[in-house]
Write a protein that binds this ligand. Structure first.
Ligand SMILES: Nc1nc2c(ncn2[C@@H]2O[C@H](COP(=O)(O)OP(=O)(O)OP(=O)(O)O)[C@@H](O)[C@H]2O)c(=O)[nH]1
Ligand SMILES: [Mg+2]
Length: 480
């Protein structure tokens, strides 16, 4: 078993967190790490650490047209997977199995109808061979399907046609297999018939692989070469002896003595990569959290400054003399205008430092479409509370008429610094110290609240926050 392997429970918790998180707003690199870490933890490590199955999954991968499906058919001596001259031909994985299927294939099995080919002529016992689509075939999220299969495979047969063996896409797939420590059979297929050129091409391929640390040494004999042969229209296969070397390597992987070691290496590789991916995700999350503060702080300061200006102009008496009927309208328009100014300044600032966040939302350059309505509601609420405020602050009962008079004076006093109440009202006001100040403060709170609500549109633009708990899950000690 693996030293310091995380427990299946930890991995299940981690998988749930990874599946729930949305790192799209944090960036493509973080999102790509999240996606593959979720597959590695949930679809490979949990099943491998909880199941007794030692059946291995051998993925046949490589550039389109290299002859992957032809080789699978040739090994099976029957049509397992369609071969064709249109590129790509294979668009969904096909598994060739004698019956037993490890739980690491459950994710694929539920996704792809007709995925399994239970064969009359099965592969060696203890092996499931999966023919994969070429790298350009992607799922709904834009991730190549073959990459996802490489997260759950235990070993690899890499097939490249002679004309495309130096494709970057092929090396990228081999890089993934190497990161996970998967044993990889290299096949150079469809070589010209003259066998002396085989050595030359195989040596060049081996040198390129070794330079990328994808082979331990640059030696042509580490590459299986197959000449272009005759493909049977009946079975889509070459004559079985042509793929004899590949069949032999497959037999070797299937040896019951070898399989536990192959699985242990792949599990260790997945854990190693999972740790690296989690570290990358955490770095991105921290960077984004810092960036969030850098964006939000100045925006909030701009809104607060507009809020202060609005409150100051109300307190200076800009709305003095406005009748009760027009007051809410007047204040709501003023607050909305201030929100529009704050929004424009903030959006321009964000545009300077991170254009992409504001470019697609021109609305951010002005107040929100609901701000005027929100302002109305909040100011109506303030006004309606004035009626009850004297009673609440004095705990005294007041007649309905007196209450209305007092509320009216408080309303006027809140917006007119030069207001002098009549003597009787002044006496009542004197008995409830702080009443006018309280009404004024409540009005200021509502005005500031209108602006703050408008500013939430900026906060939303930055997407969901990754919580401290999520971060703890992503940095669980077992992955350190
Ligand atoms: N004559 C001949 N044709 C071959 C040989 N190997 C593959 N082909 C043909 O090359 C074409 C592509 O082969 P496939 O096996 O479909 O290739 P693939 O790698 O599975 O391609 P994708 O599914 O697109 O990734 C088909 O028309 C095959 O018949 C060969 O050794 N000889
Ligand atoms: Mg194919």
């Amino acid at each position: 078993m693996i030293d310091h392997a995380p427990s299946p429970d930890q991995l299940l918790g981690l998988t749930a967190t990874l599946e729930r998180l949305d790192l799209g707003s944090i960036g493509e690199a973080a999102e790509a790490c999240r996606h593959r870490a979720a597959i590695a933890a949930g679809q490979y490590l949990v099943p491998r650490l909880t199941s007794e199955s030692d059946t291995i999954v051998v993925a046949v991968v490589g550039p389109s047209g290299g002859g992957k499906s032809t080789i699978v058919n040739s090994l099976a001596r029957r049509r397992i997977s369609e071969v064709g001259s249109l590129r790509p031909t294979t668009v969904e994985p096909v598994a060739w199995t004698g019956g037993e299927v490890p739980p690491t294939l459950d994710g694929l099995r539920s996704r792809v109808a007709g995925f399994l080919v239970d064969s009359l002529r099965p592969p060696p016992e203890g092996v499931v061979v999966v023919d994969t689509p070429p790298p350009e075939v992607v799922d709904d999220a834009g991730v190549p399907i073959v990459r996802q299969i490489l997260e759950i495979a235990d070993a690899v047969i890499f097939v490249a046609g002679a004309s495309r063996y130096a494709d970057a896409g092929g090396f990228a797939l081999l890089g993934l297999a190497a990161e996970r420590g998967l044993p990889t059979v290299m096949v150079l297929n469809r070589l010209p018939e003259s066998s002396e050129s085989h050595q030359v091409v195989a040596a060049d391929f081996a040198a390129k692989l070794a330079a990328r640390r994808l082979l331990p040494r640059s030696a042509a004999d580490l590459v299986i070469t197959i000449a272009e042969g005759i493909v049977s229209s009946d079975t889509g296969a070459l004559a079985p002896e042509i793929v004899a070397s590949v069949a032999k390597d497959l037999e070797a992987m299937a040896d019951p003595q070898s399989r536990p070691g192959i699985i242990a290496a792949a599990v260790a590789g997945s854990i190693r990569r999972l740790r690296d991916d989690l570290a990358v995700i955490r770095t991105h999350v921290f960077d984004r959290a810092t960036r969030r503060v850098e964006l939000l702080d100045p925006m909030r300061a701009i809104y607060r400054a507009e809020g202060r200006r609005l409150v100051a102009e109300v307190r200076r008496g800009k709305f003095a003399g406005t009748g009760v009927a027009e007051l809410v309208d007047g204040l709501a328009s003023a607050a909305t205008r201030r929100a529009g100014l704050a929004a424009r300044t903030s959006a321009e600032l964000w545009h300077k430092s991170e254009p992409a966040i504001v470019e697609s939302v021109p609305d951010l350059f002005g107040h929100g479409i609901e701000t005027l309505e929100v302002a109305h509601d909040r100011l109506e609420f303030w006004l309606s509370e004035l009626d009850d405020l004297p009673r609440r602050m004095s705990r005294r009962r007041l007649g309905a008429r007196n209450r209305r008079r007092l509320a009216e004076s408080v309303r006027i006093a809140s917006i007119d610094p030069r207001y002098v109440p009549g003597r009787r009202v002044a006496r009542r006001l004197a008995k409830i110290p702080g009443l006018v100040e309280s009404a004024r403060d409540r009005l200021a709170d509502e005005l500031r609240g209108i602006l703050e609500t408008d500013s939430l549109r900026f906060v939303e633009r930055l997407g969901p926050v990754v919580t401290g708990r999520d971060l703890t899950e992503l940095s669980a000690e077992a992955y350190e």
